[in-house]
Design a protein. Sequence first.
Length: 113
Amino acid sequence: MTDSTPVVLTFDWWREHIIAEGIRSVEAHETGAKKRGALRGFDLCRELRTLDDFARELRELRLAEHFLSDGVYSGTVDSDRYWEHRYTTLQVEHCYARLRVMRLLLGFPEPAP
């Protein structure tokens, strides 16, 4: 017998679905700094409540990434530190992009900030 309770496809539901799917993939395919960064990115996504929150966080992550990249080239930043941060940014970007598409396709309302 299956549960016939309808699933309400809200912003929060989609965010958690995307995160859970992403964590499964990361656990299966990544290691080291990339895995740590990706998992941190998904943890961060859980704290972001609106698309505006995602956009704001991505601006900050990308700015930090720019400085880390410069540091790797100058030899002042370890490449693992860069890749951990990069994979954090990638997961936030991924979640944000998918949520934007779902918002456009389904028209679900965002939670209040």
